[in-house]
Design a protein around this ligand. Structure first.
Ligand SMILES: [Zn+2]
Length: 110
């Protein structure tokens, strides 16, 4: 359903821009439904879904907090240019997301 419209850089296909907008809309709706379902299931089981701002979580050092896109030179490896901390990029981002969730809970009182 969200397959790209046919075309190339040299030879543009028909309605490529419109199809791109439609694809984004479909994918956004799917993500929104997933979040709604997660929230419903968590509340049903007595849990809590904490929504946080994910921006820069993959570029932030979970050890010293330094933010730079140079910290993440490859998809899988994170290496802080400030303190030298090195870790798998997904694990580093996960630590930042967990810390952000704890911050939200401490501010909002859980
Ligand atoms: Zn660091």
């Amino acid at each position: 359903m969200s397959k790209s419209a046919k075309g190339s850089i040299e030879k543009k296909g028909k309605n490529v821009k419109a199809k791109s907008g439609l694809n984004k809309s479909i994918l956004d709706q799917g993500l929104s439904m997933l979040v709604d379902m997660l929230e419903y299931k968590q509340l049903w089981r007595g849990g809590l879904l904490v929504k946080i701002d994910l921006r820069y979580t993959s570029q932030t050092c979970s050890s010293c907090g330094h933010v730079a896109k140079e910290n993440r030179l490859t998809q899988t490896k994170f290496e802080c240019v400030e303190c030298g901390f090195s870790e798998n990029a997904d694990i580093n981002a996960s630590r930042n997301i967990l810390a952000a969730g704890h911050t939200v809970l401490s501010v909002e009182g859980g």
